[in-house]
Design a binder for this molecule. Structure first.
Ligand code: X8Z
Ligand code: ZN
Length: 610
């Protein structure tokens, strides 16, 4: 099933850390088969698992880069095989987990085997195949999805780009509505079936539901993890509310009361992104006069210097090389998919792969020459360098410290794409570097992407956790989604949604069953990593002007964290790079402190909130 490799090959398959003893589900009834000692079992299971992962990755790659009925069947078959193996291992691991006096690695690996499954299938014959087929079909619907623009069909990567550049509310509304109707709606029935099947599987493993399984992957109890996300959200929420308030005012000034009212929620299609998850594309709409003119636009710079997809990826590789990482292997350049093939359907949503768990690294993207994709390339390469750094670890540790770490590495590097860095790589002329009086503009441009994302990063899984637990019933999937988009993001669809719509399906990670809290964690973690890197580099200026490009010392410290893979609980990895064992929103708050103050001034006298 594709979820096992899309986005960092192993991140999805192994996105796990052991649950605490007291929260482990009760072990199923013992069986008399299998190896006799826990150590022998772990060794056997790990070897079989490593092999199944590679077979799964090969099938998934072919499907994702060439969607048709045959590759769909192949990916479903390989996915089913992997799931069956994972479930069998989890059941056996539960029996051994209570054994006394186990060594550290045996305990950790037994724990991981029980928590790393994303969509467990029930053990009855045929169930794994059924679940894998549902998953592959849902992804196919997404990959082949089309919206319309001026009545004409438009594919996923084109519509995503067009949502960033169009400033015509009627066009935006058409694109938004057609995409959600065409892509999401047909998934509703299959998605409910998938939830039901995966829950049956999770229950067989002793979990209350699939959401509980997902929350058990973070070296702490599922309850403590849910509380941690809430704590982090409360740290950053006031900043989001200020940004929402200011953006609403600017949208109202631009489009008038009939399109965007002065108060209440923001119309979701006006924010420069199909999902309103990052708003940087409408920086031109919100830029303050004077201080807002940052003097350059990454898309225009890339175009002006004649960048193509290959050159953009080379620039990304160049950053990692400057930190001391070895260049990407020749096969990366031969086997990756950088641009959308003209002759077949593919899944355009960006992902990073390590097919053989050694160095068959690849990315799969439909790159467009724009600032968004330049950032995404760094994001994907972060996965690839992480994968290669931990490739000496045993199969059950071939993963990030937690899935948020995996998502944060490339983003941490991308925070170093400062104007000064763009000069260093020849994209920007010295004379164009914005002066200190443009700092608010720079921070606002960054905040429109980074801060705006936070509630979105949280709500996807808050919705899914409730869908899995049964708190949200299939008949209410749509209503609950719209309600939560309003509650967390303060946004509304451009027009009322029919009850039989399925808007969650219009976001890739829902059909792909990729857990999403990882991106919320990564949004917070990347500022912790970045602040730590800048400290290591001895940076003294304003944080957002720091670039650790070329700093081998930072590279070494980073490598030390990355090579650990998932061999230790994530606080150990965090400590290795930052010195702290706690995930915290404070570095992000510090980074944006001048912007926060400025936004508060701009919003003075206004009633914020929705
Ligand atoms: O899915 C991704 C990456 C692949 S892991 C492109 N991201 C999330 C998204 O697009 O929704 C990166 C940021 C959030
Ligand atoms: Zn990613």
């Amino acid at each position: 099933m594709l979820k096992f490799v899309s986005t960092a090959a192993l991140t999805l398959a192994l996105a796990a850390s052991p649950a605490f003893g007291q929260d482990k589900p009760a072990a199923p009834a013992p069986q008399q088969t299998g190896p006799q000692t826990p150590q022998a079992f772990v060794q056997e299971a790990e070897a079989a698992y490593g092999k199944a992962l590679i077979e799964g990755a090969q099938a998934d790659w072919v499907y994702a880069t060439y969607i048709n009925q045959d590759t769909e069947a192949l990916t479903a078959r390989a996915g089913a095989k992997l799931t069956e193996l994972q479930v069998a291992n989890a059941i056996q691991a539960a029996k051994f987990a209570t054994a006394k006096g186990l060594d550290y690695d045996t305990t950790r690996k037994l724990d991981r085997m029980r928590t790393l499954i994303v969509l467990p299938a029930p053990t009855r014959p045929g169930a794994a195949e059924e679940l894998a087929t549902l998953g592959a079909r849902l992804q196919g619907i997404y990959g082949k999805g089309r919206g319309t623009l001026n009545g004409k069909p438009i594919n996923g990567s084109d519509i995503e780009a067009a949502m960033g550049t169009s400033r015509n509310p009627a066009e935006l509304q058409e694109m938004w509505t057609s995409w959600h109707d065409n892509v999401g709606k047909p998934m509703a029935g299959d998605y409910a079936k998938l939830v039901d099947l995966a829950n049956q599987g999770a229950k067989e493993l002793g979990y209350a539901d699939t959401g509980a399984l997902w929350r058990s992957n973070y070296d702490m109890t599922p309850e403590a993890f849910a509380a941690l996300t809430e704590k982090l959200w409360n740290e950053v929420k006031p900043l989001y509310e200020q940004l929402h308030c200011y953006t609403r005012t600017k949208l109202n000034e631009r489009y008038g009361d009939t399109v965007q009212a002065k108060t209440g929620p923001i119309r979701a299609d006006l924010l420069g992104n199909m999902w309103a998850q990052e708003w940087g594309n409408i920086y031109d709409v919100v830029a303050p006069p004077g201080a807002g003119d940052i003097g350059y636009d990454t898309t225009k710079l890339l175009e002006a210097k004649g960048y193509d997809a290959n050159k953009m990826v080379k620039a990304g590789e160049g950053f990692f090389s400057s930190l001391g990482f070895a260049p990407l292997p020749e096969t990366f350049w031969q086997r990756s998919q950088f641009t959308k093939p003209a002759d077949r359907e593919v899944i355009c949503h960006a992902s990073a792969w390590d097919i053989d768990n050694v160095d068959d690294l690849r990315i799969k993207m439909c790159i467009k020459v724009n600032g968004d994709d330049f950032t995404t390339i760094h994001h994907e390469l972060g996965h690839n360098y992480y994968q290669r750094a931990y490739n000496k670890q045993p199969a059950l540790y071939l993963d990030g410290a937690n899935d948020g770490f995996h998502e944060a590495i490339g983003d941490t590097v991308a925070l170093s794409i400062t104007p000064e860095y763009l000069v260093q790589i020849g994209l920007l002329d010295c004379a164009q570097v914005p002066s200190a009086d443009k700092d608010i503009g720079l921070l606002l441009r960054q905040g429109m992407d980074k801060v705006a994302f936070l509630p979105f990063g949280l709500l996807i899984d808050r919705w899914r956790w409730q869908a899995f637990s049964g708190q949200i019933k299939p008949a209410d999937y749509q209503k609950a989604w719209t309600d939560m988009r309003l509650q967390y993001q303060g946004i509304v669809p451009p027009s009322e949604r029919p009850a039989d719509a399925f808007d969650p399906g219009a976001k890739y990670h829902i059909p792909a069953s990729t857990p999403y809290t990882r991106y919320f964690l990564a949004r917070i973690l990347q500022f912790q990593f970045y602040e730590a890197a800048c400290k290591q580099a001895g940076w003294r200026g304003p944080l957002h002007r720091c670039s650790f490009y070329g700093n081998k010392q930072v590279g070494e410290r980073l490598d030390a964290m990355l090579t650990m893979g998932a061999s230790k609980p994530w606080p150990d990895a965090l400590q290795a790079f930052t010195g702290s064992r706690e995930i915290s929103g404070k570095p992000m708050i510090r980074y944006f402190a001048p912007l926060t103050k400025w936004l508060q001034q701009q919003n003075r006298g206004k009633t914020c909130g929705w």
